[in-house]
Write a protein that binds this ligand. Sequence first.
Ligand code: SAM
Ligand code: MD0
Ligand code: SF4
Length: 353
Amino acid sequence: MLMIQDIIAKAEKESRLTPDEIFELMSITDKGELEELYAAARRVRDREFGKKIFTYGFVYFSTYCKNNCTFCYYRTSNTGIDRYRKSKEEIVQLSASLQDAGINLSDLTMGEDPQMYKDGYKNLLDIISAVHDEVGINIMASPGALPQEMFSKVRDAGADWYACYQETYNRGLFESLRLNQSYDDRRNQKIWAMEAGLLAEDGMMIGLGESVRDRAETIAEMSSLGCAQVRAMTFVPQVGTPMQDFTPYDSTEELKAIAIMRLLNQDKLIPCSLDVEGIAGLRTRINAGANLVTSIVPPSQHLAGVAQHELDIENGNRSVEHVFEMLEDMGHHHASSAEYRSFLNAHRPKRVA
Ligand code: SAM
Ligand code: MD0
Ligand code: SF4
């Protein structure tokens, strides 16, 4: 059997590992070996991308949702929480201010809000086209699962990306988390999006009750689906949900996942989300090989995060200025919109649907 050092060297060189080898890396506990893993991930990232880091603003424009995911604060059964829905004009204005501040993309995210879904998803499509036509910033749509015929419409409206996270590729676990949702349908979302010429993002959550083997298999599946962006986020337990008493994980498993995903997806985007540990989590994730900061949220706009609906938002720590400063401090710099667009052009799937 290969030693940890050999597995890391193989991944760095060939960008490929078996699920068993991923399992070995996900099982590392030794501090020295972890450091070797992160160092290899940084070498690969810096070779592919230099010192530039991409940045996404997070516009969670409707926190209404008809679904009942057991891990999510915004699940429909969590009644009595503060919810909001932004108008098209507000969403355009928020996206314009992100664009002016030098952010590469506006991530237009919502719960599965029936208001947005009605009349053939008219409101959702109108919002995407308004941001595209009036602002011109790059757009990620994170609207939840859609019927197959919607993807070409989302692309035509002006979205560059479609994001939809499987959370886990353990089918049984998926079904216990995403209640009354289809595993196969959610997996297909990414494929349908790419067929319609959209870039796609997949993601996993850590700390939901999955085994180390599940994590390894999820990383293997995500890395072979063809998505240009893959993420890992540590589960943050939410009050008022069935999982509120879960013991939260620290970030170690997420950092390992980020580093392994980097070795297997060398020229892809891998986020450092500020939505898990706030700004305190930036440095460790960049050091594990992330090349994109997501969930930048401007203060004073009454906007929420998903996993951390308040942390570091109103104090300005998730603001553009603060994130840019921290990146400079670490010897990186935020990418320009021209640099970001050249990534998109190089990775955009050919439209076949
Ligand atoms: N409603 C859409 C959907 O579910 O695809 C889009 C937004 S959803 C709120 C975005 C993602 O946030 C989920 O897929 C999940 O990966 C992550 N998330 C939600 N609740 C979380 C939590 N408590 N801790 C960590 N991540 C969470
Ligand atoms: C993030 N809170 O980037 C956002 C969200 C949705 N496309 C992304 C999970 O962390
Ligand atoms: Fe709704 Fe998305 Fe939360 Fe599930 S994760 S309850 S679909 S907002």
